[in-house]
Design a protein around this ligand. Structure first.
Ligand SMILES: O=C(O)C(=O)C[C@H](O)[C@H](O)COP(=O)(O)O
Length: 216
């Protein structure tokens, strides 16, 4: 079993977290597999996906021997959902917002918590409650300079912009100091329904771009 800090490190090394909001169990599972096939090693399965806990369990079991593939849960709004996700095997918990009780539950189980924050007050609360990564959400609303601004008063916070991150703007986010980026639509929602090959092609592009960025 990976330790908490090892998971945070794996998420960091992944560079890109694929945010999946499936319309069915099968769609969530196949989309996650397609991203992993495209070299993405961190998956965030949103709890709006039907039976998200079942899919997390299936994914953990499929990739159990591959310690590089990290499976987390997204859109976790409350501690009951966090516990459900953790019991199913979620290795990190992401929310669009910050919630004290969810933070406490994640701390109790030693699972990294990555809440959504948009203001300094929210960032301060998240850090006070032990958040390991702060998800700036919606990144498209905050704008890329938000990372510089946050790093003034909170120099050590790990920032994961999510919402509107694309292949075209990903470099800007990293140049501003992103710890990792969360990518949904522009990777996992190709024009055609159930086109998992296209998801893999997109995933490969994001992964290659990330490798290119860290080389520089
Ligand atoms: O609910 C959450 O926890 C979220 O992560 C919200 C969004 O699903 C992501 O922000 C993806 O946004 P796009 O990359 O713009 O598709």
């Amino acid at each position: 079993m990976l330790l908490k800090y090892e998971i945070i490190n794996k998420v960091h090394q992944a560079g890109v977290v694929a945010v999946i909001r499936g319309y069915s169990e099968e769609n969530s599972y196949e989309t996650a597999k397609a991203c992993i096939k495209g070299n993405i090693t961190a998956i965030e399965l949103a709890f709006t996906s039907p039976n998200a806990d079942v899919t997390i369990k299936k994914l953990r079991s499929k990739y159990q021997t591959d310690t590089d593939v990290i499976i987390g849960a997204g859109t976790v709004l409350d501690p009951a959902t966090a516990r459900l996700a953790i019991v199913a095997g979620a290795q990190f918990i992401v929310s669009p917002s910050f919630n004290e009780e969810t933070a406490k539950l994640c701390n109790l189980y030693e699972v990294p918590y990555m809440p959504g924050c948009l203001t300094p007050t929210e960032v301060q609360s998240a850090l006070t409650y032990g958040a390991d990564v702060v998800k700036v959400f919606p990144g498209s609303v905050a704008g890329k300079s938000v990372i510089n601004e946050i790093h003034g008063p909170f120099p050590n916070v790990n920032v994961m912009p999510t919402g509107g991150v694309s292949l075209e703007n990903m470099a800007d986010w990293f140049n501003k100091g992103a710890f990792v980026v969360g990518v949904g639509g522009s990777m996992v929602a190709p024009g055609k329904k159930d086109d998992y090959q296209a998801v893999t092609v997109n995933a490969k592009k994001f992964h290659a771009k990330y490798l290119d960025l860290i080389k520089k």
